[in-house]
Design a protein around this ligand. Structure first.
Ligand code: TYC
Length: 102
């Protein structure tokens, strides 16, 4: 439309926001009874860490009380926690694994 005719040309821009799914930290907790080698094995088996990475995280948990093992979508984090808790229970170790929103 030209001058004086029709509606004014108003462009309203709505800024598009990128959708990011909420992410969840999977935490491993220390205890006095679970063998160190078992924890290292869990980290290798369920989190795809190599032996050195697994050993390092295990030692951090042992010394600090807990550590973040990884950050995942809600569904993947839930699966990891369930796998670790089930594996620990089946081996009668008190190892605890939890998740929390990042
Ligand atoms: N504190 C345990 C021990 O001395 C080892 C351990 C490490 C247990 C990490 C749990 O998440 C854990 N045998």
């Amino acid at each position: 439309d030209g001058p004086g005719t029709g509606e004014p040309n108003v462009a309203v821009k709505t800024r598009s926001r990128t959708q990011r799914p909420p992410m969840y930290k999977v935490l491993l907790l220390n205890d006095d009874y679970t063998p160190m080698e078992f924890v290292v094995h869990v980290l290798e088996r369920f989190f795809g860490l190599n032996h050195a990475q697994a050993f390092e995280i295990m030692l951090t948990v042992h010394k600090k009380g807990l550590a973040v093992v990884g950050v995942f979508s809600h569904e993947i984090a839930e699966t990891k926690v369930a796998q670790v808790m089930d594996f620990a229970r089946r081996h009668q170790h008190p190892l605890q694994c939890t998740m929390e929103k990042e």
